[in-house]
Design a protein around this ligand. Structure first.
Ligand code: MOS
Length: 754
């Protein structure tokens, strides 16, 4: 097994001879996407005319489906099948793993009478057209035996007192450190349910070729989707080919598959035709997972000079009845600030709501909305600048486990950000700056998000015409995977970008963990780098061993690769000449990355600092984001353009978390009241002023062989808190119940007499 010290050696990505690594090259698949010709899962052209499936969601939050009258639906024009739990084809019981190494167990659809949440698919109709399927779905008559749903998070919290949770983590003596502290802050923040709202809903197109199921779906992780479907259908895993070529956003919501995939597979087998199934926007809200609500209590005890003596963050959150997902909103603060006495933990309440699960920067996105505002409040009480307060609490090593940081440039992010933004113009007393009728304020917050490397494989092929083909069971959820893999391949093999083809999103390709936890680029890219270096060795050996090559009998380690030409000093030929002559079938080699066995000796995180200027309209309570700047330290950047898009996208999400986003629960039905994008408000153009993300020039050799880290989630950590802090600085109203909507802000302004 390798160690992080091996990773410190030079390699083509680090040497970056052609300068392709880091360059803001345009998206590999961009032309397909902007011309509408990238086939997303629902648009994949099957080999024969497809039928269309439509799901019917439960109208109750908990109870049982006790009756189903499907006669009218079955008699409706074009209908090919109508299923409920009474007649759905047999599937493996939920949680089955017939193959012990399956990465996901079975996930049967319409499994039994039980309804666990509102909108759970309880009936399925297949028809010759989408219109006929929709029409027939309205004719399915279901009878329920409904129980009273338990869906009110805040009410349950009050009733539960101290619900169970994971073991708290305590260092030192928090209670004592807090009570002895010269300055104390003890406040509670709340965040609502949030939905991913991917532009592309979950969707599948599935057909069968004999015993083999060809399934196109929209999912972030290929292998678990393949394995889960095979387990559900009770067939060998190799009998499922799972494809996910283009994905219109994942954000954690597509870290798993849903009933669209299972029902399309069952439907296609039953009706003997390809079947397409997609969630509607409304069905996405209930039928897939969401980010759960939180209640977060932050306690900070500080000395007069701002140094924290005691730091605690406790999170209460909820998940669905049959799960144990916990929004780990307290975790990030374990690595963020120094304090000798520390207490963090999580409490979980089970409710009759749709599934809770990961959503972009799970933990940090919610958690920074409390701690990073608490730091702002503490700074004010201490009469300290919020940037300075953070610098005074910068830990020399990981404050909880004592590990050295692999690379930590949070202070540099804070200082450079403050300077670039003009932070010195901020007036610490709120409500002092006006621009016309707007009250203007500035806020800031720190950003942190872990960095991960998972095992992955990749294959590289050189074709006779010199084309380098990268193949990997990886996904691109809109992040830039295709593009960065092409850059790594071109740089490693010394060929122009246009000479690289990237094939991903297929379970029959070398496995990679997919996109999530901002581990994608580091993980998939490191495996690609390994495959590329292996292919280079094989090509060099081929050239020096080939009597027909000008490089014949040279030293393989002296072979250079540049502009599609291989050479040993002044002896050279093109890569395609060599391959056409010496390996006319082409050459394929694999590469692999694994976490180094000593990687855990370091605390490896990504960091950033957000600076925001907002305007608050004191008459309406409206907030306008005027400027946002994020400065980030996330290792070497593979592509300045796609990385910047990831970071600014995360920052804009922070605006949504702070100001607009949230699902309200209807306590009567356990449904989410706002079910579409007219009522669930994600930020749009008019909500965003100037946005800029700056990436520090950094290499983290301990993270992986490329020295890169992830940026997919970092931008969303802390951004919302910076907005909330700017709102306070603008108008003096401190709201701890997100989102900060005009009604709440106006009430605060009126109470202050503004
Ligand atoms: Mo992510 S929310 O870890 O896909």
């Amino acid at each position: 097994m390798s160690s992080v010290h091996d990773w410190e050696a030079p390699n083509p990505v680090k040497t970056n001879r052609s300068g392709l690594i880091g360059k803001g090259v345009a998206r590999y698949e961009g032309p397909l996407k902007v011309t509408g010709t990238a086939p997303y899962a629902y648009e994949v052209q099957p080999p024969s005319p497809p039928a269309y499936g439509v799901m019917v969601g439960a109208a109750i939050a908990c109870g049982r489906v006790v009756g189903a009258d499907i006669a009218a639906a079955e008699a409706s024009p074009g209908v090919l099948a109508v299923w409920t739990h009474f007649n759905v084809p047999k599937q493996a019981p939920k949680g089955t793993k017939a193959h012990p190494r399956s990465t996901s167990p079975s996930r049967p659809a319409l499994e039994d009478a039980h309804v666990l949440h509102f909108g759970q698919p309880v009936a399925f109709v297949v028809a010759d057209t989408l219109e006929n399927a929709v029409a027939a779905s309205h004719l399915v008559k279901l009878t329920y035996d409904a129980d009273t749903p338990d869906v009110d998070f805040r009410a349950r919290l009050e009733a539960a007192g101290q619900p169970p949770g994971e073991l708290d983590v305590e260092i030192g003596d928090f209670v004592r450190g807090f009570s002895d502290a010269a300055v104390q802050l003890d406040e509670t923040w709340t965040t609502p349910i949030q939905n991913h709202c991917q532009m592309e809903p979950c969707a599948s197109t599935v057909w069968w070729e004999g015993d083999k199921c060809i399934a196109h779906t929209s999912v972030q992780m290929v292998k678990p989707a393949q394995h889960g479907l095979a387990e559900t259908l009770g067939i060998p895993r190799d009998d499922v080919q799972l494809l996910t070529r283009y994905i219109g956003g994942g954000f954690g919501g597509k870290g798993q598959t849903y009933d669209d995939l299972t029902l399309a597979a069952l439907g296609a087998r039953a009706v003997g035709r390809p079947v397409k199934v997609a969630y509607t926007r409304q069905q996405m809200m209930h039928g897939t997972i969401h980010r759960p609500a939180t209640v977060m209590r932050v306690r900070l005890g500080a000395a007069r000079d701002g140094r924290l003596d005691a730091l605690s963050m406790m999170t209460w959150t909820h998940c669905h009845r049959d799960g144990n997902f916990t929004e780990h909103a307290s975790n990030f603060c374990r690595a963020l600030y120094a304090a000798p006495n520390r207490l963090t933990g999580h409490r979980l309440i089970h409710l009759d709501l749709p599934g809770a699960g990961p959503m972009r920067a799970p933990g940090e996105a919610s958690g920074t909305l409390s701690l990073e505002c608490a730091m702002d409040e503490l700074a004010e009480r201490l009469g300290l600048d919020p940037v300075e307060l953070r610098i005074r609490n910068e830990p020399p090593v990981d404050p909880e486990n004592g590990r050295p940081f692999s690379m930590r440039q949070l202070v540099r992010c804070l200082k450079e950000g403050a300077q670039l933004f003009g932070w010195d113009r901020r007036l610490p007393t709120p409500g002092q700056v006006r621009d016309g009728r707007w009250l203007v304020g500035m806020g800031m917050a720190a950003a942190i998000r872990g960095n991960f490397l998972l095992p992955a494989k990749c294959s590289f092929t050189v074709e006779p015409d010199g084309t380098i083909v990268v193949r990997q069971g990886m996904t691109d959820i809109g992040t830039g995977t295709y593009t960065v893999l092409a850059q790594i391949a071109a740089e490693t093999l010394g060929v122009p970008l246009g000479q690289v083809r990237v094939e991903i999103g297929d379970s029959e390709l070398p496995p990679a963990p997919g996109s999530g936890g901002q581990f994608g680029a580091a993980t998939a890219g490191s495996a690609a780098l390994m495959a590329g270096m292996n292919l280079k060795k094989v090509i060099a050996a081929l050239a020096v061993g080939d009597p027909g090559s000008p490089l014949h009998a040279g030293a393989p380690e002296e072979v250079t690769f540049q502009d599609g030409v291989i050479a040993i000093s002044n002896r050279s030929e093109t890569l395609s000449d060599l391959i056409r002559r010496a390996a006319p079938e082409g050459l394929t080699v694999e590469g692999e990355i694994r976490p180094a066995q000593d990687a855990r000796e370091w605390s490896t995180q990504t960091y950033g600092a957000h600076f925001v200027e907002v305007g608050v309209d004191p008459v309406t309570g409206e907030v306008r984001v005027r400027r946002m700047l994020g400065v980030f330290a996330a290792g070497r950047i593979l592509n300045a353009k796609t990385a910047r898009s990831q970071l600014t996208g995360g920052m804009i999400w922070g605006v949504g978390s702070a100001l607009t986003e949230g699902n309200a629960v209807d306590p009567r039905y356990g449904s989410l009241i706002n079910q579409d994008l007219a009522q669930y408000l994600v930020p749009v153009q008019a909500d965003i002023g100037e946005v800029e993300a700056i990436m520090l020039d950094e290499v983290d050799d301990k993270a992986n062989p490329m020295g890169i880290k992830g940026v997919g989630e970092l931008g969303n950590s802390g951004a919302g808190a910076a907005v909330a802090n700017a709102v306070y600085n603008a108008c003096g109203v401190r709201l701890r119940d997100y989102p900060i909507t005009p009604d709440k802000l106006l009430a605060g302004l009126i109470a202050k007499g503004m």
